[in-house]
Design a binder for this molecule. Structure first.
Ligand SMILES: Cc1cc2nc3c(=O)[nH]c(=O)nc-3n(C[C@H](O)[C@H](O)[C@H](O)COP(=O)(O)OP(=O)(O)OC[C@H]3O[C@@H](n4cnc5c(N)ncnc54)[C@H](O)[C@@H]3O)c2cc1C
Length: 473
């Protein structure tokens, strides 16, 4: 085999697609045969192995990708830093290409693999496929990271880095390296054991079509029906004005560049500048979370504002369980927690309400909430989840001020005015008149639904006193 025929290994991770996949695109354009591999590396991920719902998504996303690659996707399970050097030696690979990931554990592992490969004379090429701007580029003029969203987005991203690059097409042709393992009966997605033994996943996945085509369809549907009115109605869980693209973006079924440029195109065509700009700024929040995780790798486990380490969180497993099960007696909170349990998703406004309730009404440590979300969300994402929980708890960068404590009744009245969302997820309240739907304890109509597990007003006063004490300390 001469050098030109030696294969290139393409290692796919958070980029499970053919379009706008720079590692795959550039590897294919060399003309070398490609060995394309996905490795389920739970060992290196500890304690951030994908949660249960996210694993279901991953299973289906990989299955779709394997079909698009005519079954020529190699599946492996174990430590990538053992598997890749072995595979490179065995196949006499000339290079390995991958797209960059930004979780601290992945950065550490990838650096070690890169060094090992270079020692073995295997070239390593990495690309950006998951972000619009690299976290080391969207920084202040002195090179330090932004901690506040608006200057980060406006100055660091839009002014300093400019419009994101246009997405790449799918490679026109891929020559596959015919590795024996690809033909073996063991090379089945089921070997990754991503789906649960008890088939609860069927219900969760019923509303989703993971994979590149599902992502494109979701984007097209949003552009057609959801984009007009996004700026105002994205806060309404009772209306279909959000894209539901987050799990696709997390796994890389679609790239943020594809989404950005499609929204820009649609915005100009339909003169929807306000809606389009606002949507792009939400993609900017995603960038901001990744920026924080990159520059502050302890984000998932430690409050960014150190003084919060001393906060006297309550240890109350019973209350935590009532929150998890959607049995708090506050309809908008319970609707959100049940939506999460049944679909693996929760509307952003409701995520903020339930998170505020856990942290500020129940005074339970945000890390318990973040962990529950990690296990239940199909879009569970270390950067977005950690940054968002810290934001709600008030301990993050650019966080919600400590005195912003959502009132679950008025939030429900404002964002789900007729109770449509509540009735959908809390069916035992379906027959209540609108007047009582956000405060069922004010009527005698209802007997099944629990009474509030805490008095919001008293809880608010207690939280204010504890949080303001912290502020002074
Ligand atoms: C407590 C809490 C936990 C969260 N955990 C996650 C998580 O694990 N994974 C996750 O992807 N998002 C998380 N978010 C952010 C946000 O709720 C979701 O990204 C959003 O609800 C996804 O729905 P969508 O795709 O329909 O959003 P759209 O409104 O259609 O937004 C489009 C895209 O922009 C990005 N985006 C939107 N809002 C935010 C935001 N506030 N922060 C960061 N990115 C945003 C997402 O990638 C989203 O897909 C969390 C928010 C909160 C308050």
């Amino acid at each position: 085999m001469n050098q030109a025929q030696n294969p290139i290994i393409v290692w796919l991770r958070q980029d499970l697609r053919l379009t706008d996949n720079p590692a795959l695109y550039h590897a294919a354009h060399t003309g070398a045969p490609l060995l394309i591999i996905y490795i389920l590396d739970d060992d290196s991920a500890v304690p951030w192995q994908a949660g249960a719902a996210s694993r279901c998504w991953l299973h289906h996303s990989l299955a779709a990708l394997s079909d698009s690659l005519q079954g020529q996707l190699l599946f492996a399970r174990g430590k990538a830093d053992d598997i890749l050097p072995r595979l490179a030696r065995e196949t006499k690979a000339q290079a390995i290409y991958w797209n960059r990931c930004y979780e601290p554990w992945r950065i550490q592992r990838d650096k070690a693999i890169k060094q090992r490969m270079q020692e073995d004379d295997v070239a390593v090429k990495s690309h950006n496929a998951s972000l619009l701007w690299e976290p080391w580029q969207a920084v202040k003029p002195d090179g330090s990271p932004y901690k506040v969203f608006t200057p980060f987005y406006r100055k660091g991203c839009l002014e300093r880095c400019g419009e994101p690059e246009a997405p790449l097409p799918a490679p026109a042709h891929i020559m596959f390296h015919r590795h024996g393992a690809l033909q073996s009966a063991q090379n089945k997605i089921d070997s990754l054991a991503l789906l649960p033994r008890i088939k609860w996943d069927v219900k969760i996945m019923a509303g989703w079509t993971p994979g590149e085509k599902g992502a494109r369809d979701a984007l097209d549907l949003f552009v057609r029906d959801g984009l007009r009115g996004y700026k105002q109605d994205r806060n309404r869980p009772d209306l279909p004005h959000v894209s539901r693209l987050s799990p696709f973006l997390h796994r890389g079924d679609i790239s943020p560049r594809t989404v950005w440029h499609e929204i820009r195109r649609a915005t100009v065509a339909a003169k929807l500048e306000n809606d389009g700009d606002h949507f792009c700024s939400e993609l900017g929040w995603r960038e901001f979370s990744y920026n924080l995780l990159y520059h502050f790798p302890s984000l998932p486990s430690l409050p960014l504002q150190e003084k919060f380490s001393a906060f006297p969180w309550q240890d109350d497993p019973a209350m935590l369980e009532q929150w998890q099960k959607g049995m708090t007696g506050y309809p908008i909170v319970d609707a959100g927690m049940r939506e999460l349990w049944e679909t693996g998703y929760m509307h952003n406004r409701v995520r903020m309400i339930v998170a505020s309730f856990l942290v500020k009404d129940l005074l339970i440590d945000w890390q318990h909430g973040a962990r529950w979300f990690w296990d239940c969300l199909v879009d569970a994402d270390l950067a977005n989840n950690s940054a968002s929980w810290q934001w709600v708890a008030g301990c993050g960068a650019d966080a919600a001020p400590y005195f912003r404590i959502f009132n679950p009744v008025t939030q429900g009245q404002k964002f789900d005015p007729c109770g449509t969302y509540i009735r959908r997820w809390v069916p035992e309240l379906a027959a209540l008149p609108d007047k009582y739907i956000h405060a069922p304890w004010e009527t005698t109509h209802n007997s099944v639904y629990p009474d509030p597990i805490i008095d919001h007003k008293k809880a608010r006063d207690k939280a204010l006193s504890l949080f303001s004490g912290l502020k002074k300390s």
